[in-house]
Design a protein around this ligand. Structure first.
Ligand code: PMT
Length: 418
């Protein structure tokens, strides 16, 4: 018997194109044994008719808070009590904003404030809308309030765009509703749950330091934040994660296995020592390409070279990510590229030269993103195309990247989802 058998499910439908899938959703919920009461927003009926949803659910559809006849049959408070679970699918940016601020302009939002039942939300909207920081903040607020967020998925959109924002398919929504272990998702894990279950990720992050003498070194401005955010998104997606961190990278979640290193050679050794079982390697670290050839045991003194220019002789460091790609032990290898010019061309060159599966490029000539910033804007370049992600927090961009990578490489990673 299905977990949904005998459950009263209140299905809230708001005004997005994905509403055309809701008759199938209602039928699937009912086939699983649930009783379904549909509540529509005014805009939802522009996409699917109340008559259709009434026919498939076998119950009059509710939409008006002020419908005296309907209220006489089952008032909105009784409806809120009747529900064992509420699912809003599709949930538009507008409904999400109402719920996030506790506003109750219509029947659906009023019910959500008046119910003690768990509420699940299946966001669906254009990818730019979904990536807008205001929508992200509202979704995190809902996750904090205990709403369960399901999806959205990544892919082709009705408007012709390609990206995150597709409503999770009805059969997956039904599976999620039947999952009695379904818990409110913590802020930051929006839409990632289970995407990488069983996968082991290794992520390098931060700078490396190459000693000139015992007190001086060559390094760069990497803070490690981008790699840290990716590691935490991967953890939220259910992966086990090893983070190989250069110096100065802030503390990470305790469930992430962290290996601290200093030089490129240390990073190379740590990576290869722990590569077993890694299915997805992401090189975010800004590894020094060269290191001083001779490092004196004592501090170099100005007196030694007084009045003369000092020339440092540098030798090449190992290319860590190219060696991982070449060793053939890791199914998917993804690099980052920090570029200041011809970003896409240079990223494509790195993709082929290092034999990677994808390269995520950021234009670091823009000082508001990339190195040592809380924000980033990137393009994911792979062998069949490019996916741009506009400027947003490194946490938000990491969630989008994890979703995109699981979609792109689901076969290589042997993933059933998405
Ligand atoms: O750390 P943050 O302050 O958050 O900033 C993030 C970032 C700007 C560092 C990050 O978004 C980024 O762009 N990382 C890559 C930086 C870089 O060194 O790019 P690259 O083009 O030099 O290297 C290309 C790829 O090869 C990278 O995956 C790099 O990790 C890898 N590499 C490079 C040299 C080397 N010896 N070994 C490597 O594995």
């Amino acid at each position: 018997m299905s977990e949904l058998s005998g459950q009263n499910i209140l299905l809230g439908v708001s005004g997005g194109i994905a509403a055309y899938k809701t008759p199938m959703l209602v039928r699937g919920l009912m086939a699983a044994g649930a009783n379904v009461q549909v509540v529509m927003t005014a805009n939802a009926s522009r996409f699917v008719t109340p008559t259709t949803l009434q026919a498939v659910s076998g119950r009059p559809v509710r939409s008006d808070l002020w419908d005296a006849e309907a209220e006489a049959a089952m008032g909105h408070i009784e409806l809120a009590r009747w529900a064992d679970q509420i699912l809003i699918a599709p949930a538009t940016a507008n409904v999400i904003a109402d719920l996030a601020r506790g506003s109750a302009p219509d029947l659906l939002s009023t019910l959500c404030l008046a119910t003690a039942a768990p509420i699940s939300i299946a966001p669906a909207m254009n990818q730019h809308m979904f990536q807008h920081p205001a929508v992200g903040e509202n979704l995190r607020r809902l996750a904090d309030l205990g709403y369960c967020l399901i999806g959205p998925e990544y892919g082709d959109q009705a408007c012709g765009d390609h990206g995150p924002g597709r409503m999770t398919e009805p059969e997956d929504l039904i599976r999620a509703m039947a999952d009695t272990q379904l818990e409110p998702q913590r802020a930051g894990s929006v839409g990632l749950a289970g995407l990488l279950t069983g996968q082991h990720l290794m992520i390098t992050t931060g700078p490396t330091r190459e000693a000139i003498d015992p007190v001086r070194y060559i390094s760069n401005h990497s803070s490690g934040l981008q790699g840290l955010a990716l590691a935490e998104a991967a953890l939220d997606a259910g992966a086990s994660v090893t983070l190989v961190a250069g110096p100065g990278v802030p503390a990470c979640h305790p469930d992430i296995k962290r290996l601290d290193v200093t030089t490129a050679q240390d990073m190379y050794a740590a990576v290869h020592q722990h590569l077993e079982h890694v299915s997805l390697f992401i090189g975010v670290a800004a590894v020094a390409d060269y290191r001083p050839q001779d490092v004196p045991a004592q501090k170099m003194k100005r007196g030694d070279q007084a009045g003369q220019n000092l020339t440092l002789s540098l030798v090449e460091n190992p290319d860590i990510i190219a060696s991982v790609a070449q060793c053939g032990r890791v199914p998917v290898v993804v690099g980052f590229a920090a570029e200041t010019e011809m970003t896409l061309e240079n990223a494509s060159l790195k993709l082929t030269r290092k034999k990677l599966d994808a390269v995520i490029v950021n234009d670091v000539s823009d000082s508001t993103i990339g190195f040592n910033s809380d924000h980033n804007a990137v393009t994911l370049v792979h062998h069949n195309g490019q996916l741009p992600f506009e400027k947003q927090s490194k946490q938000a961009i990491s969630r989008h990247l994890i979703t995109a990578l699981t979609t792109l490489f689901k076969d290589k990673l042997n993933l059933e989802q998405p």
